[in-house]
Ligand binder design. Structure first.
Ligand code: HEC
Ligand code: HEC
Length: 312
């Protein structure tokens, strides 16, 4: 019953109409963000790239794919770090357990706890620009957003709508009963990660091209990004790193190395710009598994005005 009707109706029918309607209404559940994907092997296969159609739709699919794997072409406009979308969504967004885009397309619009509202796919993409790319999100209706969505839509050809498919997101790791340990994580990092990501997490370039992404510092994801959460990084790492050796780390190693990486400095959380202090940002946005606002080796993480290259 819409509210403009309720008033006159109540007046005509008497007060009992309201309480009867209320008691019949199903209880409103407190909505949790998107459920985790069901466990098990992915069963959906996205279409092969050679089957991208040769028409205007296909051109937009190709444009979206090109933006997804070489997002650096938007550097200085929408991207202000060294990342490409495919750094965290592997194999051009096709790989199961690496937050693949074919599994993502059908679950939006969806409620997100992060901003406490229903998000369209366009808004979800904008979120990864703001935080993971330390960037300025492309505007609604911009060709960039249209192209990325068209690419995801094509990859999801034949996938069910509004259903979390196996392989979606990063698979959740159980807690081990032992807290993640940065010290042990540093050893895992030196042994198995530094060869590609660098001793100081700076990644590696060949000429101007970033071949291995930085994991901390100005070129990395910022303090608002999902990947800065220790659990999210542990999930990603277990299923995807070291590159080419998925699921080779023990659960404890994945937790430890995630804690090590995410206890290093990175660009400020952009939401800090409109808040009074690091304390306030910490209290409102960082009540989860992460090091923002914590003191590590005598330094308080996130206590700075370094937004990387982002000018806003
Ligand atoms: C630094 C890592 C990183 C980069 C770079 C990145 N993302 Fe993400 N993205 C994430 C994480 C983390 C999630 C949340 C996955 C989870 O929690 O399961 C996510 C989720 C998403 C989702 C929702 C997936 C779902 O199934 O709900 C979309 C869509 C998305 N990213 C698009 C993009 C696009 C487009 C780009 C490039 C502009 C991008 N991402 C760059 C880390 C990244
Ligand atoms: C053989 C090289 C190699 C090794 C070894 C390696 N990585 Fe990676 N890593 C990559 C590449 C390449 C990407 C980006 C994937 C892509 O673009 O296809 C990546 C992406 C990542 C990301 C995504 C975050 C971002 O900001 O882009 C994280 C986190 C990560 N690696 C952590 C680790 C950890 C932890 C280890 C060690 C256990 C490790 N990696 C070992 C090559 C490597």
């Amino acid at each position: 019953m819409t509210s403009w009707l309720a008033g006159p109706l109540v007046a005509v029918l008497g007060l009992s109409a309201v309480s009867a309607a209320e008691s019949e209404a199903p209880e409103r559940d407190y909505q949790v963000p998107l459920p985790e994907a069901p466990a098990g092997e992915a069963t959906f296969t996205p279409p092969a790239e050679r089957d991208i159609p040769d028409n205007q739709y296909g051109e937009m699919v190709r444009k979206g794919r090109d933006l997804f794997v070489n997002t650096q072409q938007l550097r200085g406009e929408n991207v202000f770090n060294d990342q490409n979308c495919s750094n965290c969504h592997l194999d051009a967004g096709r790989l199961a357990d690496s937050a693949p885009m074919w599994a993502s397309m059908g679950v939006y619009p969806a409620y997100r706890g992060k901003n406490d509202k229903v998000n369209t796919m366009a808004e979800r993409i904008q979120g990864c620009f703001t935080y993971s790319m330390n960037g300025v999100p492309p505007e609604y209706g911009s060709e960039t957003l249209v192209a990325l969505q068209t690419y995801f839509h094509w990859m999801a050809t034949g996938a069910p709508i509004n259903q979390s498919l196996p392989g979606r997101g990063y698979p959740g790791l159980e807690e081990t009963g032992e807290a993640p340990d940065r010290g042990r994580g540093a050893e895992v990092y030196a042994d198995q990660c530094a060869v590609c990501h660098g001793d100081n997490g700076q990644g590696q370039k060949v000429g101007e091209r970033q071949v291995f992404p930085p994991l901390w510092g100005d070129g990395a994801y910022n303090w608002g990004a999902g990947m800065h959460r220790v659990n999210t990084a542990a999930n990603f790492i277990k299923a995807n790193m070291p590159l080419g050796k998925p699921y080779s780390l023990t659960d404890q190693q994945a937790w430890d190395v995630a804690a090590f990486i995410n206890s290093h400095e990175r660009p400020q959380d952009p939401r800090r710009r409109t808040l009074a202090s690091v304390d306030e940002t910490d209290e409102i946005f960082h009540q989860h598994m992460g090091f923002y606002g914590d003191e590590i080796d005598g330094q308080r993480l996130g206590d700075h005005d370094d937004y990387g290259e982002n000018p806003r």
